[in-house]
Design a protein around this ligand. Structure first.
Ligand SMILES: [Zn+2]
Length: 310
């Protein structure tokens, strides 16, 4: 884990094997390109957690309506549930969209699911999340899996430290100690050749306690200063109840370039379903659910400042 000076520059990040073809492949990676542009342009990319085709359609429609780039995110659950079906639908939707869209796997927490997902083809990025392991094991597994993904043209995201709270289909880290990311730890992960880094600086998944988010911005700034422009910082735990306007602006200002959007999109889908199922034809239910999710995503794109950037 060398100093900043010793680490290869951005162009060859993650390709320490030195294969020029692979460096080019990673450089042209669409998820990387989308988030790099957001970092340079000081806006954020909505990375929308999708559980079904409706959510994929809603994400693409929102992005096209807002002329905004976007990322479709799938959980490992989608692979366990339907093998590569949802993934390949997402990849096709991304390819056919009139604006830049990438496909990323969120919180892949076992070596097996990461290799399986990478081998399926279709993911532009995978979050190699070994944060539920202790530090040494986290580093060892992350190093190995980052190389595995990079060798297949897939960029990676890692989580040094541990972001608490629970997301659908994701191992709950409750009971494990929350570990805030340090600049030194961030540096170690940059050395693994990752492209995106998800810092733990007081952010949690889902709803925050009665006091709302208590974010450690000095910590975030020191992490950002340490990693420089070698990796992009990405935000987990950006529930829209708290993260609009000023707070999202502060995160972007600190260098955050991708924000995960999950709960409110799923809620819109469920709310409309609960209201309409049995009362109107199923096709109408599906269309209304898609529209409701699209509206939530569009609103987030406005907050993130990505509207009009495609
Ligand atoms: Zn997360």
């Amino acid at each position: 884990m060398g100093s900043i000076q010793e680490v290869a520059p951005q162009l060859t990040n993650g390709t320490t094997g030195g294969a020029n073809g692979m460096a080019l492949k990673l450089q042209n990676n669409r998820a990387k390109t989308i988030v790099d542009a957001a970092f340079k342009g000081k806006y954020g990319i909505a990375a929308v957690c999708c559980y079904n085709v409706e959510a994929i359609v809603a994400t693409v429609r929102a992005a096209e309506a807002k002329r905004s780039p976007a990322l479709i995110q799938l959980f490992p659950w989608s692979i366990e549930y339907a093998d590569g079906l949802l993934l390949h639908a997402a990849a096709e939707a991304a390819t056919n969209a009139s604006v830049p869209i990438g496909v990323h796997m969120d919180h892949a927490q076992s070596p097996d699911i990461i290799r399986r997902a990478a081998d399926l083809g279709g993911f532009d990025g995978i979050m190699v999340d070994m944060s539920h392991y202790e530090r040494e094991e986290n580093m060892r597994l992350s190093r190995e899996l980052v190389q595995y993904c990079n060798a297949r043209g897939i960029i990676t995201e890692c989580e040094p430290g541990r972001i608490n709270g629970c997301e659908d289909g994701i191992q709950d880290t409750e009971g494990m100690e929350e570990i805030l990311t340090t600049p030194e730890q961030a540096e170690e992960f940059v050395g693994l050749g990752i492209d995106w880094l998800a810092p733990a600086f007081g952010n949690v998944h889902g709803e925050y306690g009665p006091r709302g988010p208590q974010l450690d911005f000095p910590r975030l700034h020191s992490i950002a200063a340490q990693v420089g422009d070698r990796v992009r910082l990405v935000l987990h735990g950006a529930h829209e109840k708290y993260f609009q306007g000023e707070l999202i602006g502060k995160c972007i200002e600190a260098g955050m370039a991708k924000m995960n959007i999950n709960g409110p999109v799923a809620e819109a889908y469920c709310r409309v379903g609960a209201k309409l199922v049995g009362k109107v034809p199923l096709t109408k239910v599906i269309e209304e659910q898609t529209l409701a999710m699209q509206k939530v995503i569009e609103e987030n794109m406005d907050w993130l400042g990505s509207t009009g950037k495609a």
